[in-house]
Design a protein. Structure first.
Length: 270
């Protein structure tokens, strides 16, 4: 569905378009009645209005903190403090792979994860831990997928991967849980301070830190209750102008989407 913020922007855009078309029509009627061509000044006015209109129209696909992926480049990134989100836009028949490696501050590799998506099977390979294995969870069918990679040390080293909110990999990494021929203790001894998208990465489009939002804000109206869904980066809030309405807002890299207004009529469930 369309979130409230984008719906509001779309409404403003349509209003601008309508005003522009009315202006053009008025000019056309005046010129028709006068049986003459547009003057140079009128043409300039129309041209400037058109350019201003193009600038004013909002885009539906704001970057929301996404950074275009580059291969074979060290990227400063504290994976243990900030779960990494990676966007892919591939179909299973493409047979493409997501491949990201983790390094310490001295650019010594700690480990990495390689995920390959195919029609018949999806596989994962954890570097310095285990050989290639099947992903037993069914991946979401959507072409656009957001993968979230989380590395924690709360009770040992644990690597977890979500795909569109679904856990597809949850692996404790240690000498006893990894394959003895593949395990290296770099996972235990070093902190992940950098990442790199490897040459085999053909699926990743862009990346960002997982958005973190504390408290939603509404520019017009009052929030009575909120239900955060951190897995999907969204919150369902009940806000009110005259009576309660339920709506959903998105968590972006800079915080909850701002400028959202409570709907004036009806209930919005997105």
């Amino acid at each position: 569905g369309i979130n409230a913020e984008y719906g509001d922007s779309l409404s403003k855009t349509l209003n601008i378009l309508v005003c522009f078309q009315v202006f053009r029509h008025q000019v056309y009627l005046q010129r028709t009645n006068a049986n003459s061509q547009l003057s140079s000044s009128e043409m300039t006015t129309v041209s400037w209005l058109y350019l201003l209109l193009m600038v004013a129209i909002p885009t539906a696909s704001a970057d929301q903190g996404w950074i275009k992926k580059e291969r074979s480049v060290y990227i400063d990134y504290d994976l243990e403090q900030n779960p990494l989100e990676i966007k892919t836009k591939n179909k299973p028949e493409d047979g493409k792979s997501l491949y990201v490696m983790f390094y310490n501050i001295d650019e010594v590799q700690i480990g990495g994860i390689l995920i390959t998506m195919k029609l018949d099977k999806n596989t994962q390979y954890i570097e310095h831990c285990s050989p290639e294995g099947l992903i037993t969870e069914t991946l979401p069918a959507a072409t656009e997928k957001i993968w979230r990679i989380t590395l924690t040390r709360n009770s040992g080293v644990r690597l977890q991967v979500h795909c569109n909110g679904v856990v597809v990999l949850d692996k404790k990494i240690s000498q006893s849980t990894c394959d003895r021929n593949n395990y290296e203790d770099t996972w235990d001894e070093k902190l992940a301070a950098k990442i790199e998208f490897g040459e085999m990465d053909s699926a990743s489009d862009s990346y960002r830190a997982q958005p973190r939002c504390e408290k939603p804000t509404i520019s017009f109206g009052k929030i009575f209750s909120e239900d955060k869904d951190k897995e999907r980066g969204a919150a369902r809030v009940t806000c009110s102008i005259y009576k309660p309405y339920v709506m959903e807002i998105k968590c972006q890299s800079t915080g909850w989407s701002t400028g959202t207004k409570c709907p004036k009529f009806g209930k919005v469930l997105i």
